[in-house]
Ligand binder design. Structure first.
Ligand SMILES: [Zn+2]
Ligand SMILES: [Zn+2]
Length: 431
């Protein structure tokens, strides 16, 4: 193995005593110990690589075994070393940078995580910007590097898989879950909530609002923060019954993306910087308070104006008088469960007026915004449903609250009762 400065780093450290060092010296020592740590991580990567080779020939355990048994790594650390090995093999510049202590294992881990699900074409595109990535890794802290690398990879993915962000959110929604168990030793009840970023932001917006109220109460001055958070959680649950249906999540999106979809410099994220698909935000905008902030080129802001996109109470009552269920012709989800959709989207100039509003259940609202179904409505409220390829699926009846002569005559036999929503596939086959 080549000495990449590791001997000098060891000698430098041996000559120091942290107990009597000054600030500048401590910085220098920390830099040296960091480069030693990177070197040790690099050695583990090489061990993993070679023992995997030997294992393939039947001459050794797998890389993970050596690192676990002899190197005394945890299972998680051994797994991470495997990921680093993959990155360093595919991108030898990272191998060199880690060996020289120019970047850390944290940088390599970020690349390993972000490139896990790339296709061959996307990897090929990534190889064109590898020098930039390595240069970033050598001068950016891990958190910043992760962010810039993610932005680069998102751009590449956007070229090859334009809807991948909406697909990813969909996967995250489906992977969301609630688990409950009891800790056998303490007897404490444990609840684990795994959520997609959008619902997570929505949950925490509610929690934070309750927490702010609780913290302003002088009686809570000396109570531990964890206790206050739990109280906020319990308040959120008990308030849930009367909760309004307006999304309480704040999204930062640039005007261009909001009106025309993603572009190379799209900004569309939660307050905490979690990226959100543009199509999803366009759906949320059907029922939201839109606050426009003009951001100047230097990043500062000086204008603020809010606009309410939510149908008002009178409009909801008028719509409820016309619709007993979601306006999709085969859908039985009740009006109270529906979102009020703007047929001409607000980003395209649609107004919050009765003629432009239609109740849609969550599933069909999602289909319109994220899957690409298109609606138009005439003066008799006959709604045309266009497939994502712009062909006409069918023109549905007007309002669906019974009894209505026209609806009763023109409609197909009633579907079975209950909240049945047509999945996209069967929709696409119909008509
Ligand atoms: Zn909508
Ligand atoms: Zn529906």
């Amino acid at each position: 193995m080549i000495d990449t400065g590791v001997l000098a780093a060891v000698q430098g450290l041996l000559a120091c005593d942290p107990d009597v060092a000054f600030a500048g010296e401590l910085g220098e020592m920390s830099r040296r110990s960091g480069s030693l740590r990177a070197f040790a991580d690099y050695v583990d990567v090489r061990i993993n690589r070679r023992s995997t080779e030997l294992a393939a020939q039947g001459a050794a355990d797998t890389g993970a075994h050596v690192l676990l048994d002899e190197g005394r790594l945890t299972g998680r650390e051994a797994l991470a070393t495997g990921g680093r090995d993959r990155v360093c093999t595919q991108i030898p510049q990272f191998d060199d940078a880690l060996a020289a202590g120019a970047c850390t294992a944290g940088h390599i881990d970020a690349v390993a995580n972000l490139t896990k699900n790339l296709t061959d074409e996307e990897r090929c595109d990534l190889s064109l910007v590898v020098d930039d990535l390595v240069a970033d890794a050598t001068h950016q802290p891990v958190a910043l590097f992760e962010k810039t690398t993610k932005a680069t990879i998102d751009k590449i993915r956007e070229i090859h898989r334009p809807n991948s962000d909406a697909d990813q959110l969909d996967r995250q929604r489906k992977a969301s879950k609630l688990k409950r168990w009891t800790d056998r030793i303490t007897g404490i009840k444990q609840t684990l909530i795994s959520l997609d970023p959008l619902r997570d932001a929505s949950l925490h917006a509610v929690l934070d609002a309750h927490l702010t109220t609780i913290r302003h109460d002088p009686a809570n001055k000396n109570r531990p923060f964890d206790e206050l958070r739990i109280q906020a959680l319990m308040m959120a649950f008990s308030a849930g019954h009367s909760a309004q249906r307006i999304p309480e999540v704040i999204i930062h999106i640039d005007h261009e993306s909001a009106c025309h979809g993603r572009h190379t410099d799209t900004l569309c994220e939660t307050v905490d910087g979690q990226p959100i698909p543009v199509s999803t935000v366009q759906r949320l905008c059907c029922e939201a308070i839109i606050t426009t902030v003009i951001v100047k080129p230097d990043g500062t802001v000086d204008q603020l104006c809010a606009e309410l996109r939510t149908a008002n109470r009178a409009q909801r009552r008028l719509l409820a008088a016309m619709y007993a269920t979601c306006a999709h012709p085969h859908c039985q989800v009740g009006f109270s469960q529906c979102r009020i959709h703007h047929i001409v989207w607000w980003t395209k100039g649609g107004k919050t007026v009765l003629a432009n509003l239609l109740p849609l259940c969550e599933t069909h609202h999602h289909q319109v915004h994220e899957v690409g179904w298109n609606l138009s409505i005439d003066e008799n409220r006959l709604v045309s449903w266009l497939r994502p390829d712009a062909t006409l699926w069918q023109t549905a009846d007007g309002p669906n609250r019974r009894p209505l002569r026209r609806a009763a005559k023109a409609r197909a036999p009633d579907p079975p009762p209950g909240p049945v929503s047509e999945p996209v596939e069967s929709l696409a086959r119909t008509g």
